[in-house]
Design a protein around this ligand. Structure first.
Ligand code: PEP
Ligand code: MG
Length: 591
């Protein structure tokens, strides 16, 4: 490959999905297989069908082999289900029958498969929910494996990278990520990917710094150029100058020291210096995240995104299956609360028998609670399962994306009906089960004082709140620069909601990504949040910050921030304050 000239200190910013700093040289993974789409003669159809079926058998063997190797590594065992998902995709009707149908219409196997993969991708793109949308990457990974077999491109050898390096790839499948040899892969960066892709989840489990979603980094780098990646901030620096390199080596050292030091705080309470307890809870996407939450001493689960239970299947889980899953999680958290959020998907995409229409504007369509109220039968099944589980442990129920009082009243009415039904059947549940709502829409913020009369707690979903308040699609990389948690409008929205909750004497929690950002911890306490729920890996750092600040300090900082006009002014003021209070945690930024 020709040498690409890259200016010194070329900064790129992607999505930091696994924290830590890595410094090293690039190992560029080869590109995707080139597919030759061509028409075939009728007489060739049978042979082409056979070639496709043999490719499926070969892919199955490869995945089984990886599974065997992975099951010997205890830290990865909990992720084996990803390989099972890939094995299931190999049997998926849409994929297999769809491709065979194209072959019968006289398209060669790789062309037919590529066409079907494109159709599936288009289907996934219509899904509003980020988590579900990103499951597309599992289908892509299986598709690519099959195309490699069909085109004779050998498997990428990520497991055999022979030198310590930073892996750069267009995309990495979860199976490839699992095969990474931690002693040689210092970190990785990819063009594609998002915060909740399986690859991102695995990178966190493997403790490998990673930045994804860089769009075109593979076309910018060549083999062995030096790179720095900061998986906490998403910053990638190509060809760093000596000055930058030295600075980042120092940061790496202090990050590693801090990580080690955080262990000391593991069993200490999350108390501010003025003795206010701010529980730090874990966000749960897949059941195995409970382990992570326990590892980092999160106080229970502040947000259980139940969508994952409905994932990639044609039939939704029945009451019994849900009940058992919820009880299993409750058992694992040993008496700590688990906030179970009812289904938050953007339509019927994974419940095909409901046959709902496609939506032009899914983010504002029939998603979250609107979907549940529309599909009352499914909603009731989930509510019964949650109520029954409430007798196994400390459950709180959370309704997503409530935009008006009538909506929460409708939910409470259905919940009440189910309680009466359970009473009649002699089935036990917690009669004092706390009821909460996600505050994610501008309308909910504006009427927070009215909503506060209806429920026991609020949980602010800043991921959506910012999207709807600032009119910025949270999944669109072209407007990502406008997605700004420190916009003065967002600060005011958070303040108004906290004030309404505190005036009404109800609990207020925050469970969007903002909650796990240690730089904002003092501001969030100052705004009046009672608890923070976050990716479990963020808990130690946030706790360390909280133990060194007071609520009063937070309130004075918030008073100052509310006088500022731009998010730049707000972020500068927060950074200045936090650097002066906790210089060992918040180093001076380099860009
Ligand atoms: C949010 O919107 O902030 C949130 C926590 O919910 P989700 O990311 O699942 O939409
Ligand atoms: Mg949300």
């Amino acid at each position: 490959m020709g040498k690409i000239r890259i200016a010194k200190d070329t900064y790129l910013v992607g999505i930091g999905v696994s924290p830590g700093i890595a410094v090293g040289e690039v190992s560029l993974l080869d590109q995707r297989p080139l597919v030759d789409k061509s028409l075939i003669e009728a007489i060739e159809v049978e042979a082409e069908l056979l070639r496709f079926r043999q490719a499926i058998d070969r892919a199955r063997e490869q995945l089984q082999k990886i599974k065997q190797a992975v099951s010997r590594q205890p830290h990865l065992r909990e992720h084996l289900y990803i390989l099972d998902t890939h094995l299931l995709i190999l049997e998926d009707e849409m994929l297999v029958d769809g491709t065979e149908k194209e072959i019968r219409a006289q398209m060669n196997a790789e062309g037919a498969l590529t066409q079907v993969l494109e159709q599936l991708r288009a289907l996934f793109d219509t899904i509003d929910d980020e988590y579900l949308r990103e499951r597309r990457s599992d289908v892509d990974a299986v598709g690519e494996r099959l195309l490699r077999i069909l085109t004779g491109v050998s498997e990428r050898t990520i497991g055999n990278i022979g030198r310590k390096s930073l892996v750069v790839a267009h995309d990495l499948s979860p199976a490839e990520t699992m095969q990474m040899n931690r002693s040689n892969v210092l970190g990785f960066i990819t063009d594609k990917g998002g915060r909740t892709s399986h690859t991102a989840i695995l990178a966190r489990s493997l403790d490998i710094p990673a930045v994804v979603g860089l769009e075109s980094v593979t076309s910018m780098v060549s083999e062995r150029i030096p790179v720095i990646i900061d998986g906490s901030t998403g910053v990638v620096i190509l060809n760093p100058s000596e000055k930058t390199l030295n600075e980042y080596l120092k940061r790496k050292q202090s990050y590693e020291y801090l990580e080690h030091d955080l262990e000391k705080y593991r069993d200490l309470p999350s108390l501010t210096t003025d003795q206010i307890h701010i529980p730090l809870r874990g966000n749960l996407e897949i059941a195995s995240d409970v382990e992570q939450a326990k590892k980092h001493a999160a106080e229970g689960i502040g947000l259980y995104r139940t969508e994952f239970l409905y994932l990639g299947r044609s039939e939704p889980p029945d009451e019994e299956e849900q009940y058992r899953s919820y009880c299993e999680i409750l058992k694992q958290v040993e008496g700590e609360p688990v906030t179970i959020r009812t289904l938050d998907i953007g339509g019927d995409k994974f419940v095909p028998e409901l046959n709902l229409e496609d939506e032009a504007n899914p983010a504002m369509g029939l998603r979250a609670i609107r979907f549940s109220l529309h599909e009352e039968r499914l909603f009731k099944i989930q509510l019964r399962a949650i109520l029954r589980a409430s007798s196994c442990g400390h459950v709180r129920i959370l309704f997503p994306m409530i935009s008006g009082v009538a909506e929460i009243r409708a939910c409470k009415k259905i919940l009440c009906d189910i309680q009466a039904q359970l009473d009649r059947e002699g089935i036990s549940y917690d009669p004092d089960l706390a009821i909460g709502i996600m505050i994610e829409t501008p309308s909910a913020v504006m009427i927070a004082s009215l909503l506060a009369r209806e429920v026991d707690f609020f949980s602010i979903g800043t991921n959506d709140l910012i999207q709807y308040f600032l009119a910025v699609d949270r999944g669109n990389e072209h407007v990502a620069y406008l997605y700004d948690p420190l916009h003065p409008a967002i600060l005011r929205a958070l303040k108004a909601t906290c004030d309404a909750a505190n005036d009404a004497g109800i609990e207020i929690c925050i469970c969007g990504e903002m909650a796990g950002e240690s730089l904002y911890a003092l501001v969030l306490v100052g705004l009046g949040f009672h608890e923070l729920s976050m990716n479990p890996a963020c808990v130690p750092r946030v706790k360390r910050v909280l133990r060194q600040v007071s609520k009063q300090d937070g309130e004075s900082l918030v008073d100052k921030l509310l006088l500022l006009s731009t998010s730049k002014e707000v972020s500068t003021a927060i950074e200045k304050e936090m650097r002066s209070r906790l210089p060992d945690i918040f180093a001076q930024p380099l860009i």
